[in-house]
Design a protein. Structure first.
Length: 239
């Protein structure tokens, strides 16, 4: 019978009340596993530069997860994981899209969680929805990307998530209750499953109406997709 090692246990520190057990894999089969390994490899490579990436100052906000007019001719849907460095890198382009297309009313932008990089991805996504309950999704979204670090390294610990809630002006007690009750955990998991069914397999992935734009691509790729959809909408509007 093995003996307990009190010193080793002490080094582990107290359990994180927001941390769950490791999530079961949501992709099945050798090919799927290989794809995940490839994506993770790219992400690990990107981490060495993600720390130097700054999140742009927000000029537009909203109480929910949609910026701009929901009835705009172009609807941009972004699927991202808060632990994904390429998602953070893409934020500069997203800010430009908001300034040049969302604010003028040509497009709307909706953020959806595709939390697939581990337990802390799910925790961060849950925290963002708890912030949305208080009308500050985008402020919390920016704060999460601002402190991004290596995956599942404790960057999104319960203490840090609460600290961010305080920084963005949330009711901290209500936020903690939201997290501890796992109010939005199933919402995050359901959103991930819906994304998979829509064909999302990596982050960031954008849908510009029905056109898919994958990865931290050049800004011109977004412009081309949006302008094509605007031209299509204009043609359909003409008698």
């Amino acid at each position: 019978m093995s003996k307990r090692n009190p010193r080793a246990e002490a080094r582990k520190g107290p359990a994180d009340p927001f941390r769950r057990r490791t999530l079961a894999p949501f992709l099945i089969g050798g090919a799927a596993v290989a794809a995940v390994v490839a994506v993770l490899g790219l992400i690990v490579a990107g981490q060495f530069t993600s720390g130097e990436t700054k999140v742009p100052e927000r000029t537009v906000t909203a109480p929910g997860r949609i910026l701009g007019n929901p009835d705009a001719p172009v609807k941009i849907v972004e699927y991202a994981d808060f632990q994904c460095p390429y998602c953070k890198m893409a934020e500069e382009k997203v800010a430009r899209l908001v300034d040049e297309y969302v604010t003028p009313g040509k497009a709307s932008l909706e953020f959806r969680n595709f939390a697939f990089l581990g337990d802390e991805s799910v925790l961060a996504a849950e925290a963002s929805l708890c912030a949305e309950d208080q009308g500050k999704f985008w402020e919390y979204h920016d704060a999460l990307f601002r402190i991004q670090g290596r995956e599942n390294s404790g960057v999104y610990s319960s203490a840090k998530l609460v600290e961010l809630a305080q920084e963005v002006g949330l009711d901290v007690e209500a936020f903690q209750q939201c997290m501890e009750s796992e109010k939005h955990r199933q919402d995050v998991l359901d959103e991930r499953e819906a994304a998979k069914k829509a064909g999302v397999s990596s982050t960031p992935t954008f849908f510009v109406n029905d056109t898919v734009v994958k990865g931290n691509v050049p800004y011109s790729d977004f412009v081309d997709a949006i302008e094509a959809e605007l031209a299509k909408a204009q043609g359909e509007a003409q008698p």
